[in-house]
Design a protein around this ligand. Structure first.
Ligand SMILES: [Zn+2]
Length: 271
């Protein structure tokens, strides 16, 4: 946020702080415009597939293919069904247009949990069902993993939200980027701090943490078994309103796609 914007919004910000809720952050218009604009290379083609067809878990997967060769990125929302900002942004990403490569999106990964607005589905926490060196431990997890394996994504981004702030609340991990060793976690955290974290919430600056890949989480399994560059993104409900959480999640998705070559953004930095 530059000084002029700050002065213009100062009174609004003060009101929001009093109310204990952050206003919508400034964003990065150039990057988001690039995500939404058709590619110079021509029309992307979108294919839709039903994962786990004819089961309670049936859920759509969208594959958006740029005419230009490039990496494959997979974006997941709704692995935890009550984490609505990730679901909302994954639904938006379905309408984004990569400049190169293939963008694969599963907006409602745990569809039963999404419909019930609950973290877990009937088989428990989906993000603990991808153990190292073994088959995933539920029908849903196997169906999701099968879709991941078939695409061998170069990049995986799993969108979540927390109830607290990393390092401030012992049991919560919000405003954090967990990532595989080869990923650009620090760069992503810096970009989110620049574009999206309100200046008056210093504890909300993003923490980047390399993950050790030993736990049964979806993004870890993709990193260790398919050598995907993998990220798990966590915004927080603590002092942030819905629009801010959605904006931070949207920015995280756009930055990951740009950092890994699916989006081309003209030089000029954040708006
Ligand atoms: Zn989660």
């Amino acid at each position: 946020m530059n000084r002029r914007t700050l002065l213009a919004t100062g009174s609004v910000v003060a009101g929001m702080v009093t109310a204990g809720v952050a206003s919508q952050p400034s964003g990065n218009d150039r990057l988001l415009a690039a995500a939404r604009a058709p590619s110079d290379a021509g029309e992307a083609e979108t294919h839709t597939e039903r994962l786990l067809p004819d089961t309670d878990h049936e859920t759509p997967l969208y594959e958006i293919e740029s005419p230009r060769d490039g990496p494959t990125a997979m974006v997941f929302g709704g692995v935890h069904g009550d984490e609505r900002s990730g679901i909302a942004v994954a639904r938006e990403v379905v309408d984004w247009r990569p400049d190169a490569g293939t963008l694969v999106v599963v907006p409602e990964t745990n569809r039963v949990a999404v419909e019930n607005d609950e973290r877990e589905g009937p088989d428990g926490d989906l993000n603990r069902q991808f153990p190292a060196g073994q088959e995933p431990t539920s029908e849903l997890a196997r169906g999701i993993w099968d879709a991941v394996e078939r695409r061998e994504p170069d990049v995986v981004l799993d969108l979540h939200r927390s109830l607290g702030v990393y390092g401030l609340h012992r049991e919560y991990v919000g405003q954090a980027v967990f990532h595989s060793p080869d990923a650009r976690g620090d760069e992503l955290a810096d970009a989110l701090d620049t574009d999206g974290v309100p200046w008056y919430l210093p504890f909300h600056r993003f923490t980047a943490r390399e993950t050790d890949l030993s736990s049964p989480l979806l993004f870890q399994k993709a990193a260790r078994e398919l050598e995907s560059t993998a990220y798990l993104f966590e915004t927080t409900e603590f002092l942030l309103d819905r629009e801010t959480r959605v904006e931070l999640t949207r920015l995280a998705a756009a930055h990951v796609l740009a950092m890994h070559g699916l989006l081309e953004v003209e030089a000029g930095g954040a708006e």
